[in-house]
Design a protein. Structure first.
Length: 326
C-alpha cells in the first residue's frame, strides 16, 4: 500500500453536532448544485453544495444550509425521494428518516413555511436502512432488526412485508429495475424480490459474516457489493450466487459499502466508527490495493456524489469530503 495514498479530506464542512448519517441526493433535483442531507441526535439539515470540479467559479466548496428540521430523536438512516425538485414553480422537498424509536418519518416541505411529516409505525426493532422507489417515489422500503423488510405507501400504509431469516441491513431499488428490490441480511444472504409477485427470485451468499452493508451498482445492474466481517465482497449476477471477488480490508470489521454513482469499478468502504484504524478506503476493481485512504477518524454514514468521483462521511461536528481522480 503506497504511503502517498493516505490523504486528508479534500474539503470539510463544520456542523453543530455529531453527524450520524449523511446522504447526497442521488436524483437530479433540478437545482444549481447537489442537495445533501445530514442528521445528528435531534435534527436533519438539508443543504446545497457545489464543488470547483463542476463549476470553475467556485473556490473549493460552496455549501449553503437550506432548511433545518427538528427531529427529536436520533436519525439512523435517510432516503431521498425522486420527487424532490428545486426548480419547480413551488419547490418540493421530500425525504424519509429511520429513527432510534423504530419509526419512519416522511417529511414534505416547500423549503419555506409549508412543512409536514407523517410517522410510519410497524417495525418492532431498529431500522437499519430505508429507500424510496427510484421510479416514481410512491413507495418506501425499510429493513430492520425485527427480521422484516416492509414496503409502505406515502399515506403510511404497509402494502407488503417480507420475512427475513436475520436482521435486514440494507435495501436498494435500482432505477433500471423498478419492480425488483434488493434486501441484504446480516447472516450474509442478499435476496432480490419480484415486486409484482412478492416472491424472491435470486439470492447471493457471502462467505463472511456479519454482513453490515450492501449496495447495488448504479452503472452496472449485474454488480452487487457488500462488506462482511473484515472484507469487501463483490458478486457478478447471474453467473454465480457466490462472490466473484473478496478481500480483507479493515482490521476492526467493516461497516459501510457504497458504489460510486459515476464509475462501475469504483467503490468505498469504511471501518466501524470509534474503532482503531476505522478509515475510509476507496477502491478500484482494477487495482490490488486501495487507491485512497482517508486519514480522518471515521464517523457515520457514507455517500457518493451523483456525478463526481467524490464521497462524504460524517464525524464529530464535521462533514469530510474526499475526491479521487479515478
Amino acid at each position: 500500500m503506497k504511503q502517498d495514498s493516505i490523504r486528508n479530506a479534500t474539503y470539510t464542512v463544520d456542523c453543530e453536532d455529531y453527524v450520524h448519517v449523511v446522504e447526497f441526493n442521488p436524483f437530479d433535483s433540478g437545482d444549481s448544485g447537489s442537495l445533501i442531507a445530514y442528521a445528528g441526535n435531534s435534527y436533519v439539515v438539508i443543504a446545497s453544495c457545489r464543488f470547483q470540479e463542476e463549476d470553475s467559479t467556485v473556490n473549493g466548496i460552496e455549501f449553503k444550509t437550506l432548511k433545518t428540521f427538528h427531529h427529536g430523536v436520533r436519525v439512523d438512516a435517510i432516503a431521498w425521494s425522486p420527487e424532490t425538485r428545486c426548480d419547480a414553480l413551488v419547490p418540493h422537498l421530500r425525504f424519509c428518516t429511520a429513527a432510534g424509536d423504530k419509526k419512519l418519518r416522511v417529511f414534505t416541505s416547500d423549503f419555506q413555511d409549508q412543512n409536514e411529516y407523517k410517522v410510519l409505525e410497524g417495525h418492532s426493532g431498529y431500522i437499519n436502512d430505508v429507500v424510496f422507489s427510484s421510479y416514481q417515489g410512491k413507495e418506501i422500503a425499510s429493513v430492520s432488526d425485527d427480521h422484516t423488510c416492509r414496503i409502505w405507501d406515502l399515506g403510511g400504509n404497509q402494502i407488503a412485508m417480507f420475512m427475513l431469516s436475520s436482521p435486514g441491513m440494507s435495501v436498494a431499488w435500482h432505477p433500471e429495475e423498478a419492480f425488483k428490490l434488493m434486501v441484504a441480511e446480516k447472516t450474509g444472504t442478499i435476496r432480490f424480490y419480484d415486486l409484482t409477485t412478492n416472491q424472491a427470485i435470486l439470492s447471493l451468499e457471502s462467505m463472511q459474516v456479519p454482513l453490515m452493508s450492501a449496495d447495488w451498482c448504479l452503472k452496472n445492474t449485474f454488480r452487487v457489493g457488500a462488506v462482511a466481517g473484515n472484507d469487501w465482497v463483490i458478486w457478478e449476477m447471474p453467473s454465480s450466487s457466490y462472490p466473484q471477488d473478496n478481500k480483507p480490508v479493515h482490521a476492526d470489521r467493516a461497516r459501510y459499502f457504497r458504489w460510486s454513482k459515476c464509475n462501475e469499478n469504483l467503490f468505498a468502504t469504511t471501518g466501524c466508527p470509534g474503532k482503531m484504524n476505522s478509515q475510509l478506503l476507496i477502491h478500484h476493481l482494477g487495482h490490488p490495493h486501495p487507491i485512497l485512504i482517508g486519514s480522518a477518524p471515521v464517523g457515520s454514514g457514507l455517500s457518493w456524489h451523483r456525478s463526481l468521483p467524490l464521497c462524504v462521511i460524517g464525524g464529530y461536528r464535521k462533514l469530510f469530503f474526499w475526491l479521487t481522480e479515478m
